[in-house]
Ligand binder design. Sequence first.
Ligand SMILES: *Cc1c(COP(=O)(O)O)cnc(C)c1O
Length: 385
Amino acid sequence: MTFPDPHTPELSLRPDTVTVQAGRPARTPGAPVNTPITLSAKYIHDSDRPYGRDGNEGWDALETALGALEGGHAISFASGMAAIAAVADLVPVGGVVVLPPTAYHGVSHWFGRLAERGLLSVRTADPSDTAAVLAAADGADLVWLESIANPTMEVADIPAIAAGAREKGALIAVDATFATPLRQRPLELGADLVVHSATKFLGGHSDLLLGVVIAASEEHARSIAGYRHDAGSIPGGIEPFLALRGLRTLAVRLDRAEANALELARRLSQHPSVAAVHYPGLPGDSEQERAARVLPGGCGAMVSFETLGTAEQTERVLAGLRLFAHATSLGDVESSIERRARWAGDAASGVPATLCRMSVGIENVEDLWTDLDEGLRGLSGAPGA
Ligand SMILES: *Cc1c(COP(=O)(O)O)cnc(C)c1O
């Protein structure tokens, strides 16, 4: 039996089927069902891939799957930041980049470094304010969005921003790490480029670093692949295999983690030690209507909340939790939590001092709640504290 190619448009496989089926070897007798890990720095002449920096079958497999999922050309990198640096390379010298004020701190640092060297200049605009982003996009070369945004969990109106910015001649890149391709596909919404830190939800098991850019146009894809080759910011031989294995279970992991996240967000919004909860899917929130439009499948597994204690008390509570790992990073099967303003870049960009960013995993939600609830009751502001 020959297996249909998931790229074949007439098949129009659904995204959760693509995550399982795409990027596998052809089904010939005796063929493996997974692309084997190839660890080789050099290859026998004469092929178009004489050297390990030119390509790898394992990258191809992952890129086929991610390209099919997002509807573009995928190029994988050593990390999310390496992928982001590759997109930054598309900005001409003297160009203008529009960033969210609280972008992932690595993004702010990287563009800030290029700006310090006089290579480009940076403007900031809140991505949840479409008019402000479009005003800042006048004369800009690149508009950078995060959706769902870190750590405010705001959802940008990508179709409106993409249409407006395109008219002004700016490229639109979306860091969709928090949303995953199962909740939002920015290329379908009009973006030119999508970036994922596959270290997070795509991998999902805290065991790899990898990044990916998916470009709508072949021209951008070629330029970005050329940058990767020249900069050497290539993924390793093993990480793409792990990322693809993680992708196989993304749909079920995300469904479970998201259901847990919604339940925890609901309960936290009633908690006596909690001042505010940031989650696009909370009912009664007008943000939710926008979220529902942009993320029809669900609102992801990231929740932020602000406590009524001090930063120091909050830090102690998080360090004392038993199930939630007191650690950065996100999108994994195990839950983790951190006070985001512990990072100088986030504190400087105005993230509230007691804002806790939670990556909700796939554990039993009642156990997660017991851990959080007991910890938070120790804060001042809570009855009996
Ligand atoms: C982690 C992260 C990055 C950077 O990815 P790395 O794989 O750590 O280099 C970029 N954007 C967002 C939203 C992230 O969470």
